[in-house]
Design a protein around this ligand. Structure first.
Ligand SMILES: Nc1nc2c(ncn2[C@@H]2O[C@H](COP(=O)(O)OP(=O)(O)OP(=O)(O)O)[C@@H](O)[C@H]2O)c(=O)[nH]1
Ligand SMILES: [Mg+2]
Length: 295
């Protein structure tokens, strides 16, 4: 790589549900990070690598900042988000138009204490029907902090995000690329499988129990044209297990079918997926389990 190249770590932080994972996926051109319309979807920090011609961005998707910590799990999620502010070159703070609350205040306070460049992304601008309203929105946000740059966009509907990647690269230091060009993320296949099944289950169980479940891959085998995988969906109570399974297994079957189709798109192979539901009481407060979600 020539001396002109740049490389930087860029964390994506913000309140829950502002579209961090949607933007992360858009920038990477992949569906690596789970997105749902429910807040608090992302639990781990996930790194994805975007290699442009002369600039490599190591993007870190993080859990939404939340200030109510009823469960140990919530504290781990917050600490994951805050740890992503350290040792990065650029912090990309996401907000949405017309909404600013105490989580945004808290995050800005934390951001005020770090040295990284801060790019404010106003996401979901498709919600602003009258575009003349965008300027006052930008002005109001400018008055909150001396952001290094402000970029309005719609992670969901914009075809490209070139203006944003240009800004991010501007703040990255000159450096060799740290990852080979063909590496796209730093998680293994088992993580990706577990997250896809969790995302599908969260949405299908959104009314009853989107948050009480976590998923774990038991076995994962790749053959030339087939992936065979077995996944456990863990819940906290027997009553929840019955809900996930549904009448005559119908709920679990629907989750399995939808997840299988998504996995086939990711791995470009036929997938044989078996799913099991098991109970681990109060897992969200068990140190041994929750610590697996650190970072
Ligand atoms: N209208 C609109 N909706 C969006 C946009 N970007 C994301 N969304 C929606 O916002 C919801 C939340 O998106 P996520 O990407 O999961 O949000 P997140 O910030 O990662 O949420 P957590 O992981 O829970 O913190 C989903 O329903 C997305 O489809 C956008 O540009 N416009
Ligand atoms: Mg997310």
């Amino acid at each position: 790589m020539s001396g002109e190249s740049k490389c930087g770590f860029v964390s994506i932080v913000g309140r829950a549900n502002v579209g961090k994972s949607t933007l992360f996926n858009k920038l990477l051109g992949d569906q690596l990070s789970v997105t749902t319309h429910k807040p608090h979807t992302t639990r781990n920090n996930i790194r994805g690598i975007l290699s442009l011609e002369l600039c490599q961005l190591v993007l870190v998707d993080t859990p939404g900042v939340q200030l109510s910590h009823r469960r140990l799990m919530h504290r781990v999620m917050l600490s994951n988000a805050l740890s992503a502010l350290q040792e990065v070159d650029v912090v990309m703070m996401l907000v949405e138009p017309y909404v600013w609350n105490r989580e945004d205040d808290y995050l800005l306070e934390q951001i005020g204490q770090i040295k990284a460049s801060v790019v404010l992304v106003i996401n979901k601008v498709d919600k602003i029907k009258d575009k003349s309203e965008l300027l006052p929105v930008i002005d109001a946000l400018k008055s909150r902090h001396a952001f290094d740059s402000i970029v309005p966009l719609s992670a969901l509907y914009d075809q490209q995000a070139t203006a944003l990647t240009r800004e991010l690269c501007r703040f990255c230091p000159p450096s060799e690329f740290l990852f080979p060009r063909d590496v796209k993320w730093d998680r293994d296949d088992a993580f990706v499988v577990a997250e896809i099944v969790r995302g599908v289950a969260m949405v299908q169980l959104q009314k009853e129990l989107p948050y009480v479940l976590y998923t774990e891959v038991e076995t994962l085998e790749f053959a030339e044209s087939l992936v065979t995988v077995s996944v456990v969906i863990w819940v906290e109570k027997d009553s929840q297990k019955a809900i996930v399974i549904g009448k005559k297994g119908s709920r679990l079957k629907a989750i399995g079918e939808q997840a299988r189709r998504r996995l086939e798109r990711v791995f470009h192979r036929k997938v044989m997926l078996s799913t099991w539901v098991k109970v681990k009481q109060n897992w969200q407060d068990q140190q041994g389990i929750v610590s697996r979600f650190k970072h």
